[in-house]
Design a protein around this ligand. Structure first.
Ligand SMILES: *Cc1c(COP(=O)(O)O)cnc(C)c1O
Length: 251
């Protein structure tokens, strides 16, 4: 064995591991869809590659995945650039809490921002996307915490209170460089996921009744994708089940 072939072996082993994980996740999505009477083709699987290298994005892309999620601009921007330099241009979804001063960087590579949760961020994304000559799909991130402590950012997980969602949706629609795709949420801590996702589904319906094209419901992670699909999720954001354990994980 030469040194060169051992690093190729490592990539081939990783490819096989990712292929197995992807098959298992697709199996779970199909089972959840069958149970809910839905078509698996209606679910977009987003691989959340935070903390994993660009090489994993490229391997998953070879396996047929075209949607990737990241939660920190400092990590996502160079990863997207590395992929683009290798000719791999998937759809990038920004799923993490976003500071206004990062909007100008994010709009350069992200196609979809799932974490729009305040008016200042709508304005910054709208202005920066227009300057960059890009159109960005936006989802309003909803906080599903039963009783968010007043004036806090809910453990840093973000999300607008449900009564602010329609106003944010209208603000997004009013920005020429932004389009409203739907709603997103992270399951609250210390509460079963399914009833929380049922609340999200109702909020999504109220948004869709005013904005008929806003059909996306981004919900479901490695542990609760079945509950999310049962409650109408159209986009699941899967990290651990596809890529393995991350070293540090703050939800
Ligand atoms: C990390 C992350 C995910 C993926 O979480 P897993 O439990 O590893 O599947 C999904 N959504 C957001 C917003 C995340 O930050």
């Amino acid at each position: 064995m030469t040194v060169i072939s051992s690093s190729q072996d490592a990539q081939e082993r990783r490819f096989a591991e990712l292929a197995g994980n992807l098959a298992a996740v697709r199996g779970r999505i199909e089972a959840a869809c069958a149970a809910a009477g839905r078509a698996a083709a209606d679910i977009t699987l987003i691989a959340v590659t935070k903390t994993f290298p660009a090489s994993d994005v490229m391997l998953l892309n070879r396996l047929g995945l075209g949607d990737f999620g990241e939660n920190r601009d400092q990590e996502a921007a160079p990863k997207a650039a590395a992929c683009a330099a290798a000719g791999v241009r998937p759809r990038w979804h920004f799923v993490g809490q976003l500071q206004v001063n990062k909007a100008g960087s994010v709009v350069r590579y992200a196609d979809v921002v799932h974490s729009v949760d305040r008016a200042r961020l709508v304005a910054a994304l709208g202005r920066r996307a227009a300057l960059a000559g890009r159109e960005i799909s936006c989802l309003v991130q909803v906080s599903l915490d039963a009783a968010p402590p007043a004036g806090t950012s809910q453990d840093g997980r973000g999300g607008a209170p449900p009564d602010e969602v329609l106003g944010l949706a209208a603000a997004i629609q009013a920005e020429p460089a932004l389009s409203l795709a739907g709603v997103m949420a992270v399951a609250p801590l210390g509460e079963p996921a399914r009833p929380a996702y049922a609340r999200l589904r109702q909020i999504a319906q109220s948004v869709r009744s005013e904005f008929p094209s806003a059909v996306a419901i981004s919900a479901g992670m490695s542990d609760d994708l079945g509950e999310a699909i049962a409650e109408g999720a159209t986009h699941v954001r899967i990290g651990t089940a596809l890529l393995g354990g991350r070293r540090a994980f703050v939800r």
